[in-house]
Design a protein. Structure first.
Length: 455
């Protein structure tokens, strides 16, 4: 005999079951009796257990439910380390900003909690409250924090952004080398969900980094060569990149005026003739001129065509990287060519164009088949629809400046314009515009076009 658990009416019952063989010798089971409900405290099952224990000479109390319950422990290690680092860096000084503003709620505690959650187990604001139930956060009254406190602390950051920036700048200033600082500036796009419209909303439709139009906002970050972010700013999603360079640099210089020499490195989207002129006029508080390195592919600017033509003859037969120096608009200009990188870029572009041509021929064949009465899978295709889809494919492949979609009698064809040949001449090319930058080997820093201002 043995016991078996069965479910009925939402309860679990304990039954005594006997195994036997029938007339044909096959094994069978039959229920002898139902002992009672397993989840019923003090019921028939408990009484039977106590009776069996007494029969065995054991105390009946062994059948009672244990009085000690073990609960899960709170996590401490990661949040304790972050709390010590928070204090060591001096970020707890933010509490003074909000005390002066007469906030009655611990805004700095709410900010600290959200930062720690982002680093340990990123979640929503409501998720932060659930996460707080699983950790032991030193010197923070977790029970007093509510969802509204978290939201209002973010509003407090925005309302007192200038004061908060001053505190953070004072904390970062000793970490920035005052004799020579190399800083990098770049922008990225961040997609935004939702369709609501707010006053002063930074979520705007603009060109995303993926080459598509999307609702987004832009984030600009300035960081040191060691990877330490020293300034950031949020821009509208439809903001052009190059106009943000000079205002950002002026704010950085105002915040870190103790720097004696500063070299700014920015990528290809930030180079414009206006920026170069303005950068040449910027002076540091020490009186020394600002130095810069700006990057851009040579094929973006017609001013580089003649320079690249003179360089092209030597680049065609080159088997190793070659670097040459000349001048451009009174600045140092370094042109570099990497043969292997050039081959990779050329091959990738040709593969994309070949795929577009194959797709165009397939659509043309489908249109011809429709005209002759042949049935095909999917919706019918029109001439205008095929042209629109092919143009979209060209845009998706980032070849709109090289490959053109033009109309022929009844369909569209791909046409390789002058941009295709020019792109081939500049594959694997790097250009550095500017004067000598204190021994900094700009041509080999990995940027496509670089420049440093005159002394």
């Amino acid at each position: 005999m043995f016991t078996k658990l069965t479910r009925s009416g939402g309860h679990t019952y304990v039954q005594l079951v006997e195994s036997f063989r029938d007339e044909t010798g096959r094994p069978r089971q039959r229920t002898v009796c139902t002992l009672g409900r397993r989840d019923e405290a003090g019921g028939q099952v408990d009484s039977l257990l106590k009776g069996l224990l007494r029969a065995k000479g054991m105390p009946a109390s062994m059948a009672d439910t244990p009085q000690v319950a073990f609960e899960s422990a709170l996590a401490l290690g990661d949040v304790w380390a972050l709390d010590q680092l928070w204090k060591e860096l001096g970020f707890d000084a933010l509490a003074g900003v909000f005390r002066k503003a007469r906030y009655t709620t611990p805004v700095e505690h709410a900010i600290r909690v959200m930062v720690f959650n982002r680093l340990c187990d990123a979640d929503s604001k409501l998720g932060v409250l659930r996460w707080l139930q699983t950790v032991s956060l030193p010197q923070v009254d977790v029970a007093a924090l509510t969802h509204q406190h978290l939201l209002r602390s973010l509003d407090a950051l925005m309302d007192h952004q200038e004061a908060v920036d001053d505190v953070v700048a004072n904390l970062l200033r000793p970490l920035v080398d005052q004799d020579l600082s190399l800083v990098f500036y770049d922008l990225t796009t961040i997609r935004a969900a939702g369709l609501s419209e707010q006053t002063g909303d930074v979520r705007q439709y603009g060109m995303a980094k993926e080459g598509l139009i999307a609702r987004q906002f832009m984030l600009g970050v300035v960081q040191t060569a060691e990877g330490l972010p020293i300034y950031h700013e949020v821009f509208d999603g439809n903001q052009a990149e190059s106009p943000t360079l000079m205002p950002t640099l002026k704010k950085v210089l105002a915040r870190f005026g103790h720097i004696k020499r500063l070299i700014v490195v920015a990528d290809r989207g930030l180079l414009s003739l206006d920026n170069i002129d303005e950068l040449g006029k910027v002076l540091l508080p020490s009186g020394q001129a600002l130095e810069f390195i700006l990057a851009v592919p040579g094929r973006r600017y017609a001013e580089f065509v003649e320079v690249l033509q003179a360089f092209q003859a030597r680049a065609v037969s080159a088997e190793q990287e070659i670097v040459e120096e000349t001048s451009w608009h009174g600045l140092r200009l370094v042109v570099a060519h990497h043969p292997q990188r050039a081959k990779e870029q050329t091959l990738l572009r040709r593969e994309r164009i070949a795929a577009l041509q194959t797709q165009a021929q397939a659509w043309a064949g489908k249109l011809d088949g429709q005209d002759s009465g042949q049935a095909s899978r999917g919706r019918k295709l029109s001439d205008s629809g095929a042209k629109a889809r092919l143009y979209h494919e060209v845009k998706e492949a980032h070849l709109a400046k090289i490959v053109k979609v033009r109309s022929q009698k009844r369909f569209v064809q791909l046409h390789r314009g002058r941009g295709c040949a020019q792109a081939g001449r500049t594959d694997g090319r790097q250009v550095d515009a500017g004067e000598q930058c204190g021994g900094l080997d700009a041509a080999r820093s990995g940027a496509a076009l670089q420049g440093s201002c005159r002394y």
